[in-house]
Write a protein that binds this ligand. Structure first.
Ligand SMILES: [Fe+2]
Ligand SMILES: [Fe+2]
Length: 192
């Protein structure tokens, strides 16, 4: 069960699927960012807190790179191509929550990663219900992979700071607010 504090209605999926090429373009950037994020976490905090840190992050990065390849293939087959510039205000706003330079920075970064994974999961299941068969199967397959990532990030955060429950609750609440404030449009993390 995902702990998210808001639920995406099916009407959101119907609306974003009106422009599947743009949705796939946005999605591709998301996977690229997720791969970069895992590599960044891997190099900035190499293993002194948690055993298996490097292995975990490289494994997530590998998954995300594979997802990126899959989305890009679907995008190209549908006549699209990756645009040069891309904005993700949802993820940017979430990153603003990270406490800089404090002991909580790594925990917050893991929380933000977990939140993005959890919300992506939620959105993929809503999309899978509405999309045509090829895309539905794709979203379903990604759902289980991103669910695994969500769990891994959350577990690592709790390992580093076993008393982080209150902070997690706060972050969950902020995530729902940030998502609700997003403009609508063919993006995985758009507003409804
Ligand atoms: Fe992914
Ligand atoms: Fe992921």
């Amino acid at each position: 069960m995902l702990p998210l504090l808001s639920q995406t209605p099916a009407s959101w999926a119907q609306s974003v699927l009106a422009d599947p090429v743009e949705l796939l373009n946005d999605h591709a950037f998301l996977e690229k960012k997720a791969a970069n994020n895992a590599m960044d976490l891997m190099t900035r905090w190499p293993g002194e807190w948690v055993a298996g840190w490097v292995e975990t992050m490289t494994s997530v990065a590998r998954d995300e790179a594979a997802h990126l390849a899959q989305v890009t293939r679907l995008l190209m087959r549908r006549g699209g191509k990756l645009s040069r510039v891309h904005k993700n205000p949802y993820a940017n706003d979430l990153r603003m929550l990270v406490r800089r330079g404090e002991a909580g920075e790594i925990v917050d970064r893991l929380f933000v990663s977990a939140l993005i994974e959890a919300r992506s999961c939620e959105r993929f299941s809503v999309l899978a219900e509405v999309a045509e068969p090829e895309l539905a199967a794709f979203y379903k397959a990604l759902h289980s992979s991103e669910l695994g990532h969500y769990k891994v990030f959350l577990k690592l955060a709790k390992k580093i700071d076993p008393k982080c429950e209150a902070r997690w609750e706060t972050m969950l609440a902020r995530e729902a607010e940030i998502l609700a404030a997003q403009p609508p449009g063919p993006r995985i993390h758009s507003g409804c």
